[in-house]
Ligand binder design. Structure first.
Ligand code: HAM
Length: 492
């Protein structure tokens, strides 16, 4: 579509949603000179001249420019999705590097699966939001497919594929893009990347304790403390016990969980209404809601009795957390039930203590997912951790790093005839493992210095005629303000 939302008056762009489109946020101004300051934070770099020349409004070209019969395409990515400019990619690579570093420190192995999966993998009938938000369609071979909204069903598919040949326990992690047709709020968008860590084959809460330890390790690595963030923990068995006490049939359990999960988004009477529509009697609704307001394990134990599995699991989990040393990061909160149908036991959600943002991460135990796909069940537990909310939080706390673009060396031929020599020098340095920016055009020395500074280079290697004749180059150490002639064969 020949469409352009940019107006003529200098390239300012109105984004259709409030949060910044890129990870850099509004503080970052693109320095290329292609954007105005206002547009810099959230618009892609579009030459102002090109914008002025395009002279279009949404949907059609209003006035022929006389210069081109083609309007400028819409340079914005589809609504709710993001472009990653190099500075955004540096940040993303940093974040994914932290995710991967934590996972490998815990002995997990990485896996991936296609972003496009068969739709049936995600079709569940429990009324989850995630199902309504599915990006699904028919492909050219009339197959129903979907862009994955989460990684867990794909993980289950891979586990089923390996079947009994998979050595258990398996500890796997993934970092992948997920798609959900979401109503956009701060930190929620239509595509996001999710870090997942899952353990297959461990029935005890030792698995959940290890997963929580990984989450806390990540928080610490990125500079967050237990005063900034915490993890709310509960067990679906709490709700299950209460529903059993009131005689609610087990088939209704997943649906009740999904409705109860909306408590922090919808007014209480709306949630009660949905439960009533499902056929949950008013006395049961009161019982459920009052159980969810409990805030201590002692109180829970009094409600559910001494033999309660929920109490035993949670008590054990808190003991393990104490052993690991992260107990203070955890908050017991039975109102956390999670909005996905497949959880069967411990559930947890990372939150910011100021309560400004949506869940930072979430997970739990799902021991019956493989069975739902027609396989043999296996105990499974894991979590998903999105990229968007954590970036918002780090930005807010002033803890978002700005990883620089940097190279080791900038190699500059001092005239055209010396370009082959400079190319050889660059190749030699690259073979030695150094990152090298080779200047490809004739540039003045002043430019070369500025360029090296911009790239945070540690050295400037000048290939000049007189030194080259003597088999040498000039190496300027930019940190020590020192320069020397170095024989080419000694150059590393
Ligand atoms: P989830 O709670 O739906 O769980 O998502 C996990 C995390 O992904 C959220 O806490 C949030 O950080 C991020 N996230 C989800 N949707 C969006 C969105 N639209 N925009 C930005 N970030 C988002 C799951 O997906 C489970 N499969 C997690 C899991 C893995 N459970 C066991 N293993």
């Amino acid at each position: 579509m020949l469409r352009n939302r940019l107006n003529r008056g200098g390239g300012r762009t109105q984004r259709p949603f409030s949060s910044p489109a890129t990870w850099q946020g509004s503080a970052k101004i693109r320095s290329s000179g292609w954007c105005t300051k206002a547009a810099a934070s959230d618009a892609p770099a579009v030459p102002i001249k090109a914008v002025a020349e395009a002279r279009t409004v949404v949907g059609k070209i209003t006035e022929p420019t006389g210069r081109t019969d083609k309007g400028l395409i819409d340079t914005q990515p589809p609504r709710g999705t993001r472009d990653f400019f190099p500075e955004d990619m540096r940040l993303r690579n940093w974040l994914f590097g932290e995710f991967a570093a934590v996972s490998t420190a815990f002995g997990f192995e990485q896996f991936d699966a296609p972003v496009l999966e068969s739709e049936e993998l995600f079709v569940r009938k429990a009324g989850e939001e995630i199902t309504d938000q599915l990006y699904n369609f028919e492909d050219k071979g009339q197959r129903r497919v979907a862009l994955r909204p989460e990684l867990t069903p794909s993980l289950a598919r891979l586990v089923l594929q390996r079947g009994r040949t998979l050595p258990l326990p398996a500890k796997w992690f993934a970092i992948g893009q997920c798609w959900r047709y979401e109503r956009m709020t701060r930190g929620r968008r239509r595509e996001h990347y999710q870090w997942n860590m899952d353990i297959v084959g461990v029935a005890g809460v030792e698995a959940e304790a290890e997963l929580l330890a990984a989450i806390v390790t990540f928080f610490e690595r990125v500079g967050l403390s237990k005063d900034d963030v915490g993890v709310k923990v509960s067990s679906r068995k709490v709700l299950q016990s209460v529903l059993t006490q009131y005689g609610v049939p087990p088939e209704s359990f997943a649906r009740v969980c999904i409705i109860v999960d909306k408590l922090d988004k919808l007014p209480r009477d709306k949630v009660e209404e949905e439960l009533r529509v499902l056929g949950v009697p008013p006395a049961t609704i009161d019982g459920v809601l009052s159980a969810l307001s409990i805030r201590s394990l002692e109180e829970l134990s009094r409600l559910l009795g001494p033999d309660s599995e929920a109490v035993a699991d949670l008590t054990r989990l808190f003991q393990l957390a104490e052993g690991y040393g992260y107990k203070d990061w955890l908050v017991f909160d039975p109102s956390v039930v999670r909005g996905l149908a497949y959880y069967t036991g411990i559930v947890f959600e990372g939150f910011d203590r100021e309560g400004k943002l949506r869940a930072i991460c979430g997970g739990g135990r799902y021991d019956r997912l493989l069975g739902a796909f027609g396989g043999d069940n296996a105990p499974m537990a894991g979590f998903g951790f999105g990229d968007a909310v954590i970036v918002e939080l780090l930005k807010e706390k002033g803890k978002l790093p700005a990883p620089p673009h940097r190279v080791d060396d900038v190699v500059v031929p001092l005239d055209t005839a010396l370009r082959p020599a400079a190319s050889g020098i660059a190749s030699r340095l690259r073979r030695a493992g150094r990152s090298v920016d080779l200047v490809l055009e004739n540039k003045k020395m002043k430019w070369a210095f500025k360029h090296a500074e911009k790239l945070n280079a540690s050295r400037l290697v000048l290939v000049g005629a007189s030194e080259w004749e003597r088999g040498k180059v000039v190496v300027k150490d930019l940190a020590k303000f020192h320069q020397e002639e170095v024989p080419v064969e000694d150059l590393i």
